[in-house]
Write a protein that binds this ligand. Structure first.
Ligand code: ATP
Length: 367
């Protein structure tokens, strides 16, 4: 199987050759349904991330894909063949990667070589392959004889990934591998993982709580909520066109205004006592939420031509490195506005300000 082959870059729909298909997958534990009727196609060579809050069913989906759980109903297909009942050890193309699964008190080399040893690869060939993988994963060659317990968290993640690659699977599963790692190292490892994905051309299926982490690495993201896959799309689609309040909030700071269509067919906020120029209103829309990202909303100067404006009071400000975040209170609602540091707002806390945005920079969603 040529696992380096890639199709066109996928958009919301997978446009690559399908490798894994979930058809109407449901998983129940007793009377509790953890995963509800999921349909999903993951393409060959894709970096696909399942993201969602705790308990949303991500691990259960991954465990079914890896053969560690059997679906209650529905089918899982691997390259067109039903694999529902094929156990994990008989899915040679799949494996779960987790640094916690490393053998403690063994060396880096022994850990990486394990999959090769059980396949009776000669000692010299095993070592050569281990050193090659270590180089690819930027682990110094003299770590070969180092005990894994003496490695840092980030190094252990790399050893675990090297061992997973030593199995030479077409598909790698990642179960929150970076969740216990500090922010700076996590950011580095996210980029490295993306590079390794590109270099190997393998299919990566990854789960995380963090949509931010998913955004950095993934070709596409599936967002889960209460056992359901509520949106699948590219990072750009998820960010710019969330299909619900839940997805738009999940990505971090965002302004959400409850709105309804009023008697004149305009978008109206009862709480703010304001009408808005809106993006196109979908047929049948009666009420929902207007979403405006902090970078799309601004403190307006006199000359500003913002289509929507609200008067408020500057309530707080926070330095976020290259950006400054302002909180502006309008009635009972606090809006989040961001500006580049070079364009810092000169008025102080408690200034009367106007905030504004253009209709095209807002998104209308349901609940
Ligand atoms: P987290 O991010 O916290 O790991 P998750 O999104 O991966 O959460 P799952 O671990 O898939 O969520 O769990 C989904 C739901 O199914 C949870 O309510 C969980 O308690 C339940 N669940 C998972 N495995 C079992 C099991 N073996 N028996 C009973 N309930 C289970």
């Amino acid at each position: 199987m040529d696992c380096t082959q890639e199709g066109p870059v996928s958009r919301g729909m997978n446009t690559r050759t399908p490798v894994i298909e979930l058809r109407q997958i449901t998983k129940s534990f007793g009377s509790f349904t953890a995963v509800h009727t999921i349909d999903l196609v993951i393409g060959e060579g894709e970096f696909f991330t399942i993201v969602g809050p705790s308990g949303s069913g991500k691990t259960t989906v991954l465990r079914m894909l890896a053969g560690l759980e059997t679906p209650t109903s529905g089918d899982i297909l691997l390259r067109g063949k039903r694999i529902n009942d094929v156990p994990a050890n008989r899915r040679p193309t799949c494996m779960v990667f987790q640094s916690l699964a490393l053998f403690p008190h063994r060396t880096v080399g022994e850990n990486i070589e394990f999959p090769l040893k059980i396949r009776d690869v000669s000692k010299a060939d095993r070592k050569a392959r281990a050193l090659q993988l270590m180089e690819q994963l930027r682990l110094p060659a003299d770590y070969y004889g180092k005990n894994v317990t003496k490695c840092s968290g980030g190094e252990r993640q790399r050893v675990a990934l090297a061992r997973a690659l030593a199995y030479n699977p077409d598909i790698l599963f990642f179960d929150e591998p970076l969740s216990a790692i500090d922010y700076k190292l996590r950011k580095t490892l996210e980029k490295e993982l993306k590079d390794i994905h590109r270099e190997t051309g393998k299919t990566f299926i990854y789960i995380t709580h963090s949509l931010e982490e998913a955004m950095v690495m993934s070709d596409r993201i599936g967002v889960m909520r209460q056992g359901r896959l509520v949106q699948v799309g590219t990072p750009n689609e998820i960010y710019t066109a969330p299909n619900s309040k839940f997805v738009s909030e999940f990505i971090g700071d965002v302004n959400i205004i409850p709105v309804a269509i009023n008697g004149t067919g305009k978008l109206h906020s009862a709480e703010l006592g304001a009408e808005f120029t809106s993006p196109p209103i979908p047929a049948g829309f009666r009420s929902g939420h207007l979403v405006v990202r902090p970078e799309s909303i601004r403190i307006v100067e006199r000359s500003d031509s913002a289509e929507n404006r609200l008067s408020g009071r500057l309530y707080n400000e926070y330095a976020l490195g290259s950006r400054i975040q302002y909180q502006v209170r309008v009635g009972e609602q606090v809006f989040i506005v961001e500006r580049l540091r070079q364009q810092a707002f000169q008025g102080g806390i408690d200034s009367e300000v106007q905030i504004g945005w253009n209709a095209r920079d807002s998104i209308l969603v349901g609940d």
